[in-house]
Design a binder for this molecule. Structure first.
Ligand SMILES: *Cc1c(COP(=O)(O)O)cnc(C)c1O
Length: 409
């Protein structure tokens, strides 16, 4: 396989990892370089692989990396995606998984196979929080949640049995940042595995491995695929960790990506750098527009000077992303009225889609959560979260303008 080094993310996103790992080597009907090989990686939509002789099958089973046996153990379409992900995130190796949660659980189970304690950012993606707060404690794995915007709080929470520091940056929904290099340094000093969920920033916005992080996770459902067509995830890290995850938790807990979803994700990634640039450009304009609007109480966006960690965002990130959170002066009623009036922005959970998505947690995803608990977790009644898409800036702003127009100021 050609393993070229590229100067830029766009070339990487298009070309890295894109060589077919298997070509039938003999037999006249087989693909060959002479007859032409597919330019786009094909979908190997098959569960199992056939061998000519017992000896060949035995060889493949002994040295799994030399071939393919069964798709839960590895598949060419998955492998091309994994090769590309490793290059994009500057890791040694990668694993594609069935979902973002599949990546999170597989990575945590790999790092915590012998038990241990986790120190985690207090505001995490909800399912990751529930996993650490509800499921893992029943298996004897405890987590201390801290406000990781202050790295000292991570250090103070470390115990002799701490095995993992678990982070997100920027976080959902308040877009808080953690100083990734500082947290990675603490992890290294204490010989702890550092893991970060990089879904909100993508490999275009920041590459945590270059800042010292051990393991990077993604929900590829979001920006990486970008098409709103798949649920998929990824783990990127050192070869040793990835191999342990692949042969252990991934195989045995089974969060394996389907070849079709791997292929759909492969279709999305080449345009990621271009999309990221446009998501960021649109979001800066829209955050600035919203901040000046009389119906808006406040706006959180890492690219605004008003963001408490604006300096860190400038230093750590390449582009400030497409996620914006704001608070409406009119509270819950205003949030509900806004999402009902929007025409271009779609009322939907998820993020990183080419379409602009809007979400009003108090009246939708969190409507069953008591007002008290919402308040504790920072979900205020007038809070609205946007995942800014790739539509023309002026169209998104015009849509927001007409919807905000009737709201109390
Ligand atoms: C969506 C999301 C996940 C979960 O990903 P799925 O693909 O839905 O399993 C994890 N982390 C973050 C930050 C997310 O946005």
């Amino acid at each position: 396989m050609k393993n070229k080094k590229y100067k830029g993310k766009s070339t990487e996103a298009i070309h890295a990892g894109e060589s077919l790992p298997i070509l039938p080597s003999d037999g006249e009907e087989g693909l060959s370089e002479k007859t032409g090989i597919p330019l786009l990686t094909p979908i190997y939509q098959n569960s199992t692989f056939q061998f000519q002789t017992a000896a060949e099958c035995e060889l493949a089973c002994i040295d799994e990396e030399s071939g393919y046996i069964y798709t839960r153990w590895g598949n060419p379409t998955q492998q091309v995606l994994e090769q590309k992900l490793a290059v994009l995130e500057t890791g040694e190796a990668a694993l594609a998984t069935a979902s973002g949660m599949g990546a999170i659980s597989t990575a945590l189970l790999t790092a915590l196979l012998d038990g241990g304690h986790v120190v985690a950012m207090e505001t995490l993606y909800s399912a990751a929080y529930n996993l650490l707060n509800e499921d893992f404690p029943r298996m004897g794995i405890e987590t201390t949640f801290v406000d990781a915007t202050d790295p000292n709080k991570i250090e103070s929470a470390i115990r002799p049995d701490t095995k993992v520091i678990y982070l997100e940056s920027p976080t959902n929904p308040l877009l808080k940042l953690v100083d990734i290099a500082a947290c990675a340094e603490i992890a290294k000093t204490h010989n702890i595995t550092s893991i970060i969920d990089n879904t909100f920033a993508t490999a275009c916005g920041q590459q945590p491995i270059t800042l010292g992080i051990d393991v990077v996770l993604h929900s590829m459902t979001k920006y990486l695929s970008g098409n709103g067509a798949v649920i998929a995830g990824a783990i990127i890290g050192e070869n040793e960790f990835i191999m342990r995850a692949k042969k252990g938790a991934l195989r045995n807990f089974g969060a394996v990506i389907s070849p079709f979803n791997a292929w759909l994700t492969l279709l999305g990634i080449p345009t990621l750098p271009l999309r990221w640039t446009k998501h960021c450009e649109n979001a800066v304009s829209i955050a600035t527009f919203l901040e000046q609007h009389p119906a808006v109480a406040w706006v959180r966006y890492p690219g605004l000077v008003s963001h408490p960690q604006y300096e860190l965002a400038k230093r750590q990130m390449n582009g400030f992303g497409g996620m914006i959170t704001m608070e409406l002066k009119g509270g819950r009623d205003a949030g509900e009225a806004l999402v009902n009036r929007l025409q271009i922005c779609s009322l939907a959970v998820s993020l990183g889609d080419v379409r602009t998505l809007v979400c009003h947690p108090a009246s939708t995803t969190h409507s069953l959560v008591s007002a008290e608990v919402r308040q504790q977790t920072g979900i205020t009644d007038g809070m609205v979260r946007f995942s800014i898409g790739l539509e023309d800036t002026e169209d998104i702003i015009a849509d927001l303008d007409q919807a905000l127009d009737v709201l109390p100021s």
